[in-house]
Design a protein around this ligand. Structure first.
Ligand SMILES: NC(=O)C1=CN([C@@H]2O[C@H](COP(=O)(O)OP(=O)(O)OC[C@H]3O[C@@H](n4cnc5c(N)ncnc54)[C@H](O)[C@@H]3O)[C@@H](O)[C@H]2O)[C@@H](O)CC1
Ligand SMILES: Nc1ncnc2c1ncn2[C@@H]1O[C@H](COP(=O)(O)OP(=O)(O)O)[C@@H](O)[C@H]1O
Ligand SMILES: [K+]
Length: 510
């Protein structure tokens, strides 16, 4: 998976509001023609790379009953005019009339799904006979899931690794939540219009999109508060970019001392689970803390003393706390958190600490649950969290008052009084292993101790771990990944220096 550089994503209701406004100014037909043009270009590029050109390539256009199919049919007409052999397949309902007329006028034809000869009883389907399949079955008007005959075709395309270009989104995924409850297409590339939608940023739907291309068709890329409010859910997600990550990290300068860089106080791990104490301390030390004080249990203390001689074990001044990872069943957990609340310092509460939270905590506190922990905190099933992680992370903030980093394949950061949710850079699935979360909690605490605002620290920490993992692919254990963090930070610092040079140069010449 590549690190996609998309920025904002909005829910379907907001996108509809943007489209309504564009209808008034640009007109619906023009919008569809722009969408079809961009889609045809993307398919043509693929045809050039697969077949050496558009002329003579074989393209199947899968069409449903809505405008998504309309986009696909108009794109098919453009490709047919360039000499592609284009066959539209009616998958659901009645195809877009003008789109179909345009395709036929350009020499394309329409067949029924049944005519493809897929056999529901066959163990292995035949390969759909096309160089490229365009998925125009369902777009933002689609309900999640696919009726069985279409699902069969989606599976055949996936099993045969047929190059598939999704129009707007892979049919079958849930646009607003990123859930993939039933069958869905798995695209090589998704061409989406105007702005990205949540399914382009949230797993598992994100993984079905392939490369994502957001094309400008004349929608306002910045919805107003009214546009968002009108949608009911008003979901607004912002994907962290590598450049932003480079800008968010704190870098020391000649005037820095250990206090300027930040002192982290850590009480994690237990004699039963000492590893969590070691790993969270590794995370803090290797992400650039000025000093780390380990104030937890005896067994982890001894292990840390052996491995990290720079860690201090006496209480004293700290600028951020980290608690909870590997606590197990800790009888004084609630008392520890109540005492920290009185301190007024930014505090990371991870894992077992989440079971001891005071009723309300400030937004400078950062909770770092995975889906199961957030479900427990909210008194819901885990599936309630995974089927709609945006809803869940918002509920976590509402219930506690804290900033919440929901961990997992997609990592979301939500904080009170900020209308959008940050989406961290996605990491490789190798990061999904015991101990990754402990290291991440340590990185969060280091950024907080350096004075980075809580939501920004959370988004940057999760993105930094993903960035480091991307640069060191494979089954790298979490302690080793922590040790690779300094090289990743150095690279990001160079990137930041180049960014600032460029800004200065453009100010000079501008
Ligand atoms: N509105 C606009 O301004 C633009 C829209 N565009 C395209 O239009 C799409 C949205 O079009 P529509 O609103 O027509 O919606 P869709 O094309 O997604 O289709 C909705 C239709 O499919 C049916 N349907 C939904 N889920 C189903 C399911 N699971 N099984 C069977 N039938 C199902 C619905 O009953 C409805 O008739 C966008 O995704 C985009 O591709 C583009 O043309 C760009 C401009
Ligand atoms: N599918 C995935 N792809 C990439 N990273 C993942 C995935 N699932 C989990 N992660 C990473 O693994 C970490 C796991 O955290 P957590 O479950 O708390 O582990 P632990 O508590 O054992 O340390 C998350 O922070 C995230 O960075
Ligand atoms: K589609």
């Amino acid at each position: 998976m590549s690190l996609v550089e998309i920025y904002d994503a909005y829910d379907v209701g907001t996108v509809r509001a943007l489209e309504e406004r564009a209808f008034d100014t640009v007109g619906a037909d023009a919008l569809m023609q722009r969408a079809a043009h961009a889609l045809a270009l993307a398919v043509a590029r693929e045809a050039v790379s697969l077949c050496g050109g558009v002329y003579g390539s074989t393209i199947i256009i899968l069409v449903g009953p809505g405008n998504n199919g309309g986009d696909a049919l108009f794109a098919g007409a453009r490709l047919a005019r360039r000499g592609a052999r284009v066959t539209a397949v009616r998958c659901l309902g009645t195809p877009h009339a003008r789109g179909l007329a345009a395709l036929r006028a350009a020499g394309g034809r329409l067949i029924d799904l049944d005519d493809l000869g897929l056999d529901p009883a066959a163990r292995i389907q035949q390969r759909p006979a096309a160089d490229i399949v365009v998925d125009g079955v369902l777009g933002i008007g689609g309900r999640p899931g696919l009726p069985e005959p279409v699902a069969l075709l989606a599976r055949a395309c996936r099993d045969w690794l047929v190059t598939t270009i999704a129009v707007d989104l892979p049919s079958g995924v849930a646009a607003d939540t990123g859930a993939v409850a039933g069958d869905a297409f798995a695209a090589t590339r998704t061409v989406t219009f105007g702005v990205a939608k949540p399914c382009h940023l949230i797993e598992p739907a994100r993984g079905r999109c392939g490369e994502i291309e957001v094309v400008d068709i004349g929608l306002d890329p910045a919805p107003s508060e009214d546009d968002r409010a009108g949608s009911g859910s008003g979901r607004w997600l912002r994907q962290v970019q590598t450049d932003q990550l480079a800008a968010y990290l704190p870098y020391p300068d000649a005037g820095s001392d250990k206090y300027a860089r930040g002192v982290v106080g850590i009480d994690t791990g237990s004699d039963t689970y000492p590893g969590a104490g070691v790993l969270s301390t590794y995370g803090a030390v290797h992400s650039g803390a000025g000093m780390v004080r380990y104030l937890g249990a005896d067994v982890p203390r001894a292990l840390i003393r052996e491995r990290l001689p720079n860690v201090v074990f006496s209480p004293g001044r700290v600028q951020a706390h980290l608690v909870g990872s590997g606590w197990g069943d800790r009888p004084d957990g609630a008392a520890v958190l109540a005492r920290l609340l009185g301190d007024g310092l930014p505090t990371v509460v991870d894992a077992d600490g989440l079971g001891h939270l005071p009723a309300r905590v400030p937004a400078t506190w950062l909770l770092t649950p995975h889906a199961g922990e957030l479900a427990r905190l909210l008194g819901e099933d885990r599936s309630w969290v995974t089927e709609d992680p945006v809803r869940a992370v918002r509920a976590g903030v509402e219930k506690t008052g804290a900033t919440v980093l929901l961990k997992g394949a997609t990592q979301l950061v939500c904080t009170p009084d900020q209308p959008w949710i940050d989406v961290a850079l996605p990491g490789p699935a190798w990061t999904a292993q015991a101990g990754s979360g402990d290291v991440l909690a340590g990185i969060c605490a280091t950024l907080l101790a350096a004075g980075v605002r809580t939501p920004r620290a959370a988004a940057a920490a999760a993105s930094l771990q993903a960035y480091a993992a991307h640069r060191n692919p494979g089954p790298v254990p979490p302690q080793r990944l922590a040790e690779l963090m300094p090289a990743a930070i150095a690279r990001l610092q160079s990137r930041r220096t180049r960014q600032l040079d460029e800004i200065r140069r453009s100010e000079w010449t501008g």
